[in-house]
Write a protein that binds this ligand. Structure first.
Ligand code: NAP
Length: 513
């Protein structure tokens, strides 16, 4: 690894990096003087390599490309032959307002100083050291591509949320792999349960509970839609290990679900009452923390909107009522063992600890319940996949860094290596949070250029990517694929009809991948 000066000498202060930050930086009407303070001004030429073309890579590229005299060039690499990362493969197919961000990304890719190189896997096709040697800086923006484990017996029986999401988002070459890997028949599904209650879990619930008609404006591939919407899903349960106040989903997402006309939402009265301990009530007291107002709003919304189930008999009665679809929100259950594909044993939990730090604990291990479902999904968050040659913190599943400067195993800053997005701070937060932390990483890079700490480079691409033995996909290539996807979509009234196979891409762009 190339080592730089000691960490302290290489880091600007934190206030410096967040000052002038505002999402208005991206607003054309934003005051020119502040915008100028954020611009890189240098007579030297720099070329950066960004690994990952999702939101984190895109926002960092966007900031770099605003340099005053166009002295910065950016190559964006992605292992997929298409850009956009999670915006294409993670954001739910019915959230088209969010997916529209890709048009903003396209503007960056059209900048003459920015090149996209898809179908290039760093660590396989090219090594990080080669990039570090040849570029002024390398920015790791490859997100968190693996699902976390729960660590219980029989976990392999669970279906991963990521697998379902990749499938319904039409991840390239995944359609058949998914069909072959699942050990259930989609058409037999009636009641589905999810372990975890984050926004990914609410995405899954919404996609399963919406009718085909309600999904018609989505970009879910037609072959997937035909299979997914064959069964008439009766209910989805989200099972959480803590209480209502600690729900991981946001009000916006659960409100969206509640507005679907055929859905009623349910809480267990007993679980609601158990949630109201002193620390939780404090968590929801406006003014007690920056999160309190949001927790209060979400809890009040749930209390008012959900029907409160009296007991298990009441639950059975509702479950068997076929007049409407149901979303059950369950709390205080931590999975202890997967008995088989349809049954999970849960420990009943209690909350312990002070407000905002409440953990769930199992005080009576003998107190267990077994819940049954036609399908169990695991949605307990993500982790960054280690990249060969790049330091990795196995406790936090992130790339160790200080304000986006990557740290070596002995805590030194690695010159020219930066990280942003989920690989930097872990898989939390919506796209706006990624925008903010990418901006922090950008400000550090700007500071390093201002201080003349980075090497000027002009022929980086030639020295690295042009030597590759495999074909890469340029933005021009991708634009052709996108054009045909949009055209296919228009014919059937959808935003796009995605191609599912690499072979389709190859036919369109005329090269083997
Ligand atoms: P998340 O918000 O971190 O939720 C993970 C859930 O899994 C929590 O309920 C967590 O419970 C639970 N969990 C974790 N470990 C567990 C275990 N061992 N046993 C049982 N339960 C466990 O993760 P996510 O839903 O994957 O979302 C990731 C990020 O993407 C979030 O910031 C989310 O807001 C964002 N996102 C946003 C949208 C949107 O804006 N529409 C859509 C999707 C995702 P505890 O809280 O008790 O740990």
């Amino acid at each position: 690894m190339i080592r730089g000066p000691s960490a302290r000498a290489f880091l600007p202060n934190r206030a410096f990096c967040s000052q002038f930050y505002t999402s208005d930086n991206y607003n054309p009407k934003f005051k020119d003087d502040i915008r100028k303070k954020n611009q890189i001004r240098s007579d030297r030429e720099y070329t950066f390599c960004i690994i990952g073309s999702g939101p984190a890579g895109f926002y960092t590229a966007k900031s770099l490309l605003k340099s005053e005299n166009g002295s910065i060039k950016v190559d964006i690499l992605d292992s997929s032959p298409h850009p956009y990362g999670l915006v294409r493969n993670g954001v739910a197919p019915d959230h088209q307002s969010m997916k529209k961000i890709q048009y903003d990304y396209d503007e960056v890719f059209k900048n003459k100083n920015c090149q996209f190189y898809g179908n290039v896997t760093v660590g396989e096709d090219i090594q990080i050291l080669d990039l570090l040697r040849n570029y002024s800086g390398v920015i790791l923006a490859y997100g968190a591509g693996a699902e976390r484990d729960i660590g219980i017996e029989g976990e392999h029986h669970l279906t991963s949320a990521t697998d379902i999401i990749n499938w319904y988002n039409g991840k390239l070459d995944y359609f058949q792999e998914f069909q072959d890997s699942i050990n259930f028949d989609m058409k037999d599904l009636r009641d589905i349960s999810v372990i975890g209650n984050g926004n990914v879990a609410t995405d899954l619930a919404r996609i399963f509970l919406k009718t085909k008609e309600e999904l018609k404006d989505s970009d879910m591939p037609s072959p997937v839609m035909d299979i997914l919407k064959e069964p008439e899903i009766n209910s989805v349960s989200l099972v959480a290990r803590r209480g209502i106040y600690q729900s991981a989903f946001t009000t916006k997402e659960v409100r969206e679900l509640s507005k679907l006309p055929q859905i009623k939402m349910y809480l267990f009265k007993e679980e609601l009452e158990k949630s109201r301990n002193e620390a939780s009530l404090l968590e929801a007291t406006p003014g007690s923390s920056i999160y309190a107002r949001a927790i209060n709003r979400r809890t009040t919304f749930l209390e008012k909107t959900c029907i409160h189930l009296e007991n298990n008999d009441h639950y059975e009665e509702v479950l068997n009522d076929s007049s409407h679809k149901k979303l059950f929100l369950r709390y205080f259950m931590s999975p202890s063992k997967v008995l088989d594909q349809n049954s999970i044993e849960f420990n009943i939990t209690e909350l312990e600890g002070e407000a905002e730090k409440q953990r769930c604990v199992v005080k009576s291990p003998e107190e267990r319940v077994t819940l049954k479902s036609d399908l169990w999904l695991k949605s307990v968050g993500y982790k960054t996949i280690p990249m060969p040659g790049v330091p990795y913190d196995a406790d936090t599943f992130t790339v160790p860094n200080e304000m986006g400067c990557v740290l070596s195993d002995n805590g030194e800053i690695i010159k020219g290596l930066y990280v942003c997005g989920w690989a930097k701070r872990g898989p939390v937060g919506i796209i706006d949070a990624t925008l903010r932390d990418s901006f922090e990483t950008y400000r550090v890079i700007k500071n390093h250029i201002d201080q003349d700490l980075l090497d000027s480079r002009i022929d980086s691409t030639k020295k690295t990517l042009y030597n590759l033995e495999k074909s890469f996909v340029t933005y021009r290539d991708w634009a052709k694929v996108m054009y045909y996807e949009d055209e296919r979509g228009k014919k059937i009234g959808k935003p796009r009809e995605k191609y599912l196979w690499t072979e389709d891409y190859e036919n369109i762009i005329g090269k083997a991948l």
